[in-house]
Design a protein. Structure first.
Length: 121
């Protein structure tokens, strides 16, 4: 629920937050501004349009639209995975960087990421 609240309240992408937690856990990083990649940006616009359209539908079309949206989210995760690289000394602080992108208070996202990491341990 917290992830969806971040998505709704701060325009965060759930997959980005999960990717950040995964990268930290695995000693990986993402390049700066990964969310601005052309393929990822186009896919996310399609996901957003699909989500808005789905919310206006009734069953059973709503279920079909949700299945399509989840398939697109899976593609989003695959694109994020393709960006993950081994972390090196002085690597980008993913949490701080993403907080800056979202324009939220520094440190606001850290507890959620810490919770994700502790739940995976």
């Amino acid at each position: 629920m917290l992830l969806l609240a971040w998505q709704n309240d701060n325009a965060a992408q759930v997959n980005d937050i999960i990717a950040i937690a995964y990268a930290l856990q695995q000693g990986l990083t993402l390049p700066a501004y990964w969310w601005q990649g052309d393929r990822l940006a186009r896919l996310r616009r399609l996901i957003g349009r699909t989500r808005r359209h789905r919310q206006q539908l009734n069953d059973p079309l709503k279920r079909n639209a949700l299945a399509f949206e989840l398939m697109l989210e899976g593609l989003d995760i695959q694109l994020l995975q393709s960006h993950l690289v081994p972390s090196a000394p002085g690597a980008l602080d993913l949490v701080d960087h993403y907080e800056g992108f979202l324009d939220v208070k520094k440190g606001a996202l850290a507890p959620l990421v810490a919770t994700l990491l502790s739940s995976c341990a």
